[in-house]
Design a protein. Sequence first.
Lengths: 354, 446, 349
Amino acid sequence: MAQARGLRILIATVRVPFVEGGAERHAEGLRRELLGAGHRAEIVSVPFKWYPPRRILDQMLACRLLDVTATGDTPVDCLIALKFPAYLVHHSNKVVWLLHQHRQAYDLWQHPMGDLHDHPHGAEVREAIHQADVELLPQARRLFANSRNVADRLQTYCGIQAAPLYHPPPESDKFYSGAAEEFLYFPSRLNALKRQRLVIEALAHTRAKVRVRFSGTNIDPGYYEGCVALARRYKVHSRVEWLGAISEEAKRDLYARSLGVVFPTLDEDYGYVTLEAMLAHKPVIACADSGGPLEFVVNRETGLVCEPTLQSLAAGMDELWEDRAAARRWGEAGRQRYSDLHIDWGTVLEKLLS
Amino acid sequence: MLKINWFSPLPPAHSGIAHNYAMQILPVLAKRHETILWTDQDYVAPEVESIARVAHYEPANPPWRALNDADISIYHLGNHGGIHGGIWQASRQHPGIVVLHDLCLHDFFAMVFLRTLEQPAAYLAALERWYGEEGRRAGEAFRIGGIGAETMAQQFPLTREAARGALGIVTHSHRMLEELDETPACPVAALDHPFAPAGDLRYQGWMAARRATPGPPYRLVVFGYLSRNRRLDAILEALAGVPEREQFRLEICGQLWDESHIRNEIERLRLGPLVNLHGFLPEDQVEAQLSTAHLALNLRFPSMGEASGSQLQFFDYGLPTLVTRTGWYASLSEDTTAFVRPEHEAEDIRAHLRDFLTDPGAFGAMGERGRQSLRRHDPEKYVDAIVRFASAALDFSPRIPALDLAGRIGNDFTQWLPPDAGAYLLERASQEIVTMCARKARDRDS
Amino acid sequence: MKALIVTCGVPFIRGGAEILAEGLRDAICAAGHQAEIVTLPFQSCPPSRIPEQMLACRLLDVTETCSVRIDRVIGLKFPAYLVPHPHKVIWLLHQHRTAYELWDHPAAGDLIHYPDGPVIREAIRRADRAFIPEASAIYTLSRNVSERLQRYCGISAEPLYNPPANAPLFHKGPSGDYFFFPSRINPVKRQWLAIQALALCREPVHVRFAGEADNEAQQAECGKAVRELRLGDRVEWLGVVSEEEKRDLYANCLGVVFPPVDEDYGYVTLEAMLSSKPVITCLDSGGPLEFVMDNHTGLIAGAAPQSLAGAMDALWADRRRAATMGEAGRERYLDLKIGWENVVDKLLC
């Protein structure tokens, strides 16, 4: 199908002011790619605050009230919507590329890491989110998901089908590989879902003196402090390093020099970390309940998929630490798998705009 | 001084609003305010142009730029779809003051939706909007001839449909909208229907003519388009039951809806010598009849609620009148009118006729008091009142986009918002909308 | 301090407001705080959609981010400044002008062409009067904007001037043989007035226009006027120029002609002053009048071709006077102490 050129495209997403996350970079990346393909593209990002729960309803309505059908006299040809509640914005040619739904209303409902169920109005807001998703998402002309994991959740909870559409992590061409040094790398925002704590506790059970370097900003208040205290309590504090927020270059450097990447995140939507590790020719340790990463990590071929238990994770880290040849082999295989999956922006644009 | 867009039928349109109402009001209005007369008629009588500038518009696409130069628009609606259809279309898009000359507007909307615009869905939607499922079903039945127009008019007046999106409504009947259960959601003003009485000199001439023919026989007059609701049957029956009926003559002036039926009745009741059927009379003959009449019979049942120009004309002539105690007529004073109860028509008419014979002077005095009461109907007062009302209504104009917005939000909600969360969000949105459009800024919450 | 700058934009159109917001953000960060810009899309036609977007702004919550307080919200434009916040400061670039002073402007008026224009206009005015006073402090872009706010809404607000982008990079060069008129090409900037004035000049005045037209029709109209008045060799259309080119054009001109109608502010005036060049403007030009001093830093002509021609002739014929005025202009700019520090201080205090 011949692709239209010179379209006027708006990307609708949300942002949390003063907190930069993968979603913002994703929108930026998409925009750059669209511009590169000869279209005009801009990002419309709506500030989003999800507490107290009823505020969510306000902002859902706000999104329904926004008008992005045209700019002045000229129509907007396409709206690509990425996140809740921005994907509720109306447009006759809306393509939803779902990064994730409002998980607190779905898989995190009644989950210790969710926040909606604690509130008196949590149930009614959950129902509203659900109904809006069910009624309004199918109004999009095309529906894609960030990963099979996200698509499966959408199917399970809302009975709606979306096609997974993978995209490269930001600056994917800048990743490189290097000789493995004595550390595993865990780059991610520090929060309960990423499960840095699990790694710390697992370290206490490893045979080898496995070392882990953590980088990323603290998101959950107190989480970082808890991790540090935990490391001390388990007497592994000398084997962990907390690098905090670091530059992209520094991050790529750490990927290149790591022995492998440990990423035992819980039910991750997608997981740039997995792909970045693969781009750096490094093996990945994930868990059986990690979600997104499992679409890329092949157990004992490009890394290890452990049980989300201390013993299993410890054993996995030990294996990588002690079998350097396997680590290297799996890392190369990971790089090959990345290529085989045709994760590139050309494919993304073609699917989004067809 | 305001700049006013005026939308009404204008001479030579076949409408009392054009000839009587507009031509009485416009000279006064144009003297005080810059008035532009907007019309979709092909032709407007030259004398209108001498009162104010006439501008033409296409109902499908009025010149908004020019219309927006004015401070306010005033639209006149009546029950005739051909005459008022274009005016209503403009009023729907460009909020202004709507003057309702008729209150029962089903005929109007049926013609405009079904014939002029060919939008049966809109017709049914209007009925459903105000009368629910019952209204919709009645409309469907009407379309296939299952229900008559008169029934539809009485049960589904659709007055509120005409008020939709208006800045304000003017009627000439006090409290009639409440009685019809058609109170709209906008400001309403009930003004006395304007009427410029004939000069005193002319009136003295009429009185002289009446005194010159004091009777008996006493002349009873009935005027106008005489359909069933003008109660001719009851009048004839009543007259036949008056022992002294020889002292009366009944002059029936106007087109009869069923002439043969009336002639049969006259014959059956043996009233032949007492009744004259004149048919439709030209203006000069009307004057001759009214100036020499002694009592006017202006009965209506059922009434559509609106004010009666003919009643005011009877007052002008100092004629005492019998009216049915219903609708606008019920608001008239016992000082100036004699009432007939709808359920006891013949009986009450007979009683009044016999009272008349006992004391014709008392009725004559009532007629003179009727003439005095026309002061309330002074066109200058009317123009002042309507302009004052329009200015006040302008203050509430943001109400219109606010209601529109609330409606659109409500509609959107039906797609995605469950009732529990809906209650909260409706309240939240409503509060913001009210503050946005309220007249005074709300106090800041501490 | 965390400050959120909230403004509106029309996607794909970048103008002065965007540049100002970025300048403000950078200045706030330079002062050691954190600042981000939130730009909400705003579609003003048809007017019936405006109340919805006003409501959308009212429904947003920017009080906190992940349990961290957002200390200040700075609202710049309608309807973005309707966003609620306990410490909101409005730095009013302009209200929705076509609901106010541009209501019946022959070229710029837009609401007036719609049947519901009047009721929407009243709704906008009502909302402004209800919500602008919510702010802890209200500043404006210029005295012109303050006066409009006072006149239409009875709200008083202090003007807070800001420097043009890259102010330190403007420089002075020798006086060349042209007047410079940099601006978007549209009826409000009134390039047509300069063209008609040019036809009446006695001196061989030459004008260089830089900037792109709002739409093709605008450009065509200007071209047609030039052709009809046979001014082809006295006029140059440079189109969009780079920032550096623009500064050079300022530096080497004889003076700047800038006769817009009721301009909110007018960076052009300040850029000319920074470049030590005199400014010719008009009595009804608005913003520029807050800076140009007649016969001292420039000339204020009547808003008619003859008067404007007279002013252009005067400077063309007396280069020394032009140069002196230019110097005075630069001095005035410095006297006014227009800088971001002052802006940030006021907005964040």
